[in-house]
Design a binder for this molecule. Structure first.
Ligand code: NAD
Length: 261
């Protein structure tokens, strides 16, 4: 079955991996609702570019992933403007790096909300429609940090482990309804999120920029290469295909061998 005319919501898709998911799905003929923060004119440029490049409908939701009512509203908006939510990609995420005993409480709450709880709120809103139509794909961007830990990333590691548990649970609940739920777990992907954590890691570990890139970030990645956003997005497209209909409750690594070690 072709994905043409299916409708997708991708959270955190104004940049990085999320934007790559939205564009890769649009390339398959999927209408997409993008979401995330940024300059309104930049977001509008990306939205229009998706429509122009792929001939699909692209809409935008400004929903803040820390706000449950806005997340439910985002799903309702897509159901109204696109017609349904057949594919939900929970991707919004932030990072904060600090020793646990100095970790700001508001940052902890924010990371748990955006990186984990937002997926619960979005699934909760989107699943009834998927179940009623007998088809759905739920994909969440977890991380190598859903499988292993690194120091100074307590909130992120906790949220990503939790996201995998949530996904397994949901996969079991919707298994007989044509709906699958899976995680994709990238290693280090070169995006603004990685770029932005370099200064904090330099400070936390007393290292230079080059040392952070080579000895911290790529130290864990045996291939010594960053994963690309397109490589992550290609897995999501595959998970939406018929060939992947028996893959559910899985956590698929794309991490250059990081978690093999
Ligand atoms: P990014 O910073 O480029 O994108 C994050 C997106 O989330 C942006 O669109 C941003 O606007 C959005 N966002 C942030 N806070 C939000 C909020 N409160 N409400 C709505 N949207 C919000 O980062 P990225 O690297 O593309 O990360 C995407 C996902 O991939 C995250 O969940 C991240 O944890 C995960 N991930 C990234 C890497 C990596 O190396 N980049 C590795 C593993 C997992």
């Amino acid at each position: 079955m072709s994905l043409k005319s299916k409708n997708a919501v991708v959270t955190g898709s104004t940049s990085g991996i999320g934007l790559a998911y939205a564009r890769a799905l649009a390339a398959e003929g999927v209408n997409v609702q993008i979401n995330g923060f940024g300059k309104p004119e930049d977001i509008e440029t990306e939205r229009k570019k998706i429509e122009a490049d792929f001939g699909v409908k692209a809409t935008y939701s400004p929903a803040d992933m820390t706000k449950p009512a806005e997340i439910a509203g985002m799903v309702q908006q897509a159901e109204k403007e696109l017609g349904s939510v057949d594919i939900l990609i929970n991707n919004a995420g932030i990072q904060f790096v600090s020793p646990v005993d100095e970790f700001p409480v508001d940052k902890w709450d924010q990371i748990i909300a955006i990186n984990m709880s937002s997926a619960f709120h979005a699934m909760r809103a989107a699943i009834p429609g998927m179940r009623a139509r007998g088809w759905g794909r739920i994909i969440s961007t977890a991380s190598a940090h859903s499988l292993v830990a690194s120091p100074f990333k307590s909130a992120y590691v906790t949220a990503k482990h939790g996201l995998v548990g949530l996904t397994k649970t949901v996969a079991l609940e919707v298994a007989t309804h044509g709906v699958t739920a899976n995680c994709i777990s990238p290693g280090y992907v070169w995006t603004p999120l990685v770029e932005n954590q370099i200064p904090d890691t330099m400070k936390a570990r007393g290292l230079t920029r080059e040392q952070v890139i080579n000895d911290v970030l790529l130290d864990a990645q045996p291939t010594k290469q960053f994963v690309t956003v397109d490589q992550v997005a290609a897995i999501a497209v595959f998970l939406c295909s018929d060939a992947a209909s028996q893959i559910t409750g899985a956590n698929i690594s794309v991490d250059g061998g990081w978690t093999a070690a």
